[in-house]
Design a protein around this ligand. Structure first.
Ligand code: NAD
Ligand code: DAU
Length: 329
């Protein structure tokens, strides 16, 4: 199996889970080790994988790596909306050109691909609407990040239809868990609290996200690899929808802090209001269900992980907050 972007948050957790389930799995990882990649996330399995540092947009390299594998699981991407608003350029190269380069390699060598995507490709929903995203919801991305992911999904679909590439796709809601970069909402607030800084809520904090533990996302990906139908898309989400301010209040409670111990900061431009997933298809067709039954349960486990793994996140904290200070958030 060739796993792209496995020094990042979800990819690293994927490799750990896949090897836990099947210790004999032969895994090669390709990762450019951007600011978001950290080889230390794979330190417990370092001697059981082959690690290649490289760019997925490098056609020659991808051709060589894909020729040597049975299956590609494609996580690598620029993943942070705020960064895409500051400088969209790497999002175009990694997310669009990178996916194109992988598609050309799997087409040439006749290999199976699973493409990891996001619910952000659908745009956003009204706060009070009963609607949820489904596999057939039209694409309507808002940010340079989500537009680049939408473009990559379209490329995968076109390669399936035009060239008979053997691929599946999945679009997941917001993940959280171990090895999550401290630029993202939950790890930023957890590590703010752990370093004596106040959490930062964008705008009025009313935006809604659906929180899925990374292990539940990756269990769904493994199920798709095992039982998913070629050419199909699967939406993945826990159903745990919350307004940001409620997530923060719950986190403050888990960490023993007063409910109002946070600051409001200026909003993200174009901030998507609400994401919500209808995951009926993967639940009914593949039998997926999240193991973390509530956000609280997942939050407690995640806070414990950050408390116990300061070595992993502390070196990233200062530079990340400096980046936010420049953006005024
Ligand atoms: P991340 O930013 O933590 O990790 C991305 C990894 O990709 C990093 O290790 C980075 O070094 C690597 N990478 C980036 N550009 C590369 C390139 N050109 N060549 C090789 N490697 C490169 O991201 P994540 O949160 O783990 O997201 C992984 C995937 O899941 C992405 O495709 C993202 O769109 C998708 N996704 C994320 C979430 C979420 O909540 N984080 C939800 C749904 C879908
Ligand atoms: O929905 C899936 C997407 O979830 C993935 O495709 C993206 O890769 C991933 O980064 C995530 O995108 P979001 O923009 O939803 O996640 P983020 O963690 O940046 O922010 C979550 C919410 O919290 C969002 O409404 C913005 C808000 N926020 C974020 C930060 C960093 C704050 O209020 N304060 C903050 O400090």
């Amino acid at each position: 199996m060739l796993v792209t972007g496995a020094a990042g948050f979800i990819g690293a957790n994927f490799v750990l889970q896949a090897l836990q389930r099947d210790p004999d799995l032969d895994i090669t990882v390709i990762d450019a080790l951007t600011y978001a990649g950290n080889r230390a996330s794979l330190s417990t399995v370092e001697d059981r994988i082959t690690f290649v540092q490289g760019d997925i947009a490098d056609r020659e390299l991808m051709d060589k790596l894909v020729a040597d594998t049975d299956l590609v699981v494609h996580f690598a991407a620029e993943s942070h909306v705020d960064n895409s608003l500051d400088d969209p350029s790497p999002f175009i190269t990694s997310n669009i050109i990178g996916t194109f380069s992988i598609l050309e390699a799997v087409r040439k060598h006749g290999k199976r691909l699973h493409h990891i995507s996001t619910d952000e490709v659908f745009g956003d929903l009204e706060l009070d609407s009963p609607e949820k995203f489904r596999e057939d919801t039209p694409y309507d991305p808002s940010s340079p990040y989500s537009a680049s992911k939408a473009a990559s999904d379209h490329l995968v679909r076109a390669w399936i239809r035009s060239f008979d590439v053997q691929a599946t796709l999945s679009n997941c809601a917001n993940n959280y868990g171990p090895y999550h970069h401290v630029e993202k909402f939950l790890p930023r607030q957890i590590t703010n609290i752990l370093t004596g800084q106040r959490p930062k809520l964008y705008g009025a904090g009313v935006n809604v996200r659906e929180w899925t533990h990374v292990d539940d996302h990756n269990a769904a990906v493994l199920l798709i690899l095992e039982k998913g139908k070629i050419g199909e898309t699967y939406l993945i989400g826990s159903g745990e929808e919350r307004q940001n301010k409620d997530v923060l209040t719950e986190l403050l409670d888990v960490m023993g802090q007063p409910a109002d111990a946070y600051d409001f900061v200026p909003d993200r431009p174009g901030h998507d209001l609400r994401y919500a997933i209808d995951s009926t298809k993967i639940r009914n067709e593949l039998g997926w269900a999240p193991q973390y039954s509530t956000l609280r349960e997942g939050l407690e486990a995640t806070v414990d992980w950050f408390r116990g793994n300061e070595w992993w996140w502390k070196p990233l904290k200062e530079q990340t907050e400096a980046k936010y200070a420049k953006l005024g958030r």
